[in-house]
Structures are given as C-alpha cells and as structure tokens.
Design a protein around this ligand. Structure first.
Ligand SMILES: CC(C)(COP(=O)(O)OP(=O)(O)OC[C@H]1O[C@@H](n2cnc3c(N)ncnc32)[C@H](O)[C@@H]1OP(=O)(O)O)[C@@H](O)C(=O)NCCC(=O)NCCS
Length: 175
C-alpha cells in the first residue's frame, strides 16, 4: 500500500508502510544503514506502532526508512520514540528524511495521546544532529556509555514538542 506519493523531475518517491510482508526488506535496509543488528523485538515494536514506521521508495527501490515505537510513560503519557531513521548514501540531501520524519510527526500531532517525540543520536553523528536540529529538535540530555557495541558509546537525547513542530520542505509535496 502506498500512502503518499510525489513526482519531482523524473523521480517518484512513495511512502510504504511497514507490515509483516515487507518487514524483511526493512531489516535488510537497516543492516546496510546502521552498525547495529536490530533483533526481532525491534521489528515487533515497529509493526505494533501501526502507520508510523514507513519506508521510502524511489523509482521502485526502497532507499530509506523511519522506525518508530510508541511508549506509554506513567507520568508523561504516550511518547513517540524514533528508533532509527536512515537514507541510503546516494539518496541523501533530497529531502527524503524530511518526508519520513514529517509523515511520522504529522500523524503524532493528530493523536491527542502523544505528548512529544524523542530519540538518541550517537555523539559525533554530525549529519543526524544537523538534521534533527533543522527539524526543530532540541538537545535535552547526554547519556554516557549508552551504546554497548559501538564507539563512541555516548549519545545525545533530542526531543521535539509536537505542538510547535512545523514540517520542512521534503521530496513529498505536503511533507
Ligand atoms: C541523517 C539522515 C537521515 C538525513 O537524511 P537526508 O535524506 O539526507 O536528509 P534531508 O535531505 O531530508 O535533509 C533535511 C535537512 O537536514 C539537514 N541535513 C541533513 N544532512 C545534513 C548534513 N550532512 N550536513 C548538514 N545538514 C544536514 C539540512 O538542514 C537539510 O536541509 P537542506 O538539504 O535543505 O540543507 C542521513 O544523513 C542518514 O541516513 N544518515 C545515516 C543514518 C543515521 O545516522 N541516522 C540517524 C540516526 S538513527
């Protein structure tokens, strides 16, 4: 199923929701994008959160994905946790990550249960830090030794107040 589609020049970008049938494609993409091998529980959470987890298809090939989880916190309420967001290197700086993030945050804004969104970024991942800052995320914490198997082990926590979030330009017309 294709949820949103746009043509820009000769390129056609579509968002494809993750489901049981295509979850292996998502796992293969993440294996290329990230130095961590995500286990079965990660993908169970991805599918459990419904339409938040989507892949981006460019001219028929899957080139990017955002993986999300919904977390219920006793004091805060429901938070949208962005587990991963990645775009294959040749397809970066075309607004594809903006489109994926925009899709998830727009859905979250429409869900009155969700209070905010947050994520972890490895220290030194300047591309991701620049990306999230450009989308209105704020640095709220630094966690020492967060990662067990990759170096540097420390991470930043970024958060975004959904009430103030505004979509940025993306490869999708309205994302
Ligand atoms: C971070 C990442 C997802 C961004 O994807 P992308 O599709 O290139 O991002 P976009 O084209 O939507 O960029 C949107 C904005 O983010 C900022 N940005 C993105 N990449 C940037 C970079 N390398 N340097 C500086 N700013 C950057 C810019 O403001 C950009 O807008 P502009 O192109 O109009 O200047 C991509 O670099 C990636 O997949 N990295 C590897 C995986 C990863 O580390 N993911 C994050 C942790 S889970």
């Amino acid at each position: 199923m294709i949820s949103e589609e746009s043509e820009s020049g000769n390129d056609t970008v579509s968002l494809v929701p993750a489901n049981k049938e295509n979850v292996d494609t998502l796992a293969n993409l993440n294996a290329v994008l990230f130095p961590i091998t995500y286990q079965k529980k990660f993908y169970i959470d991805c599918l459990a959160c419904g339409p938040y987890t989507v892949m981006a298809q460019l001219n028929g090939s899957i080139v990017a994905a955002i993986c999300c989880r919904l977390e219920t916190h006793q004091d805060l309420g429901v938070r949208l946790y962005i587990m991963t967001l990645g775009v294959l290197a040749p397809y970066r700086r075309r607004g594809i990550a903006n489109a994926l993030l925009g899709h998830a945050l727009r859905l979250a804004q429409q869900d009155p249960r969700i209070v905010d969104t947050y994520l972890h970024v490895q220290l030194g991942n300047e591309e991701a830090i620049a990306f999230y800052r450009s989308n209105g995320f704020e640095l709220i914490a630094t966690i020492k030794n967060y990662y067990k198997r990759i170096r540097p082990a420390d991470c930043f926590v970024f958060s975004c107040n959904l009430r103030n979030w505004q979509p940025r330009n993306s490869c999708l017309n309205h994302a």
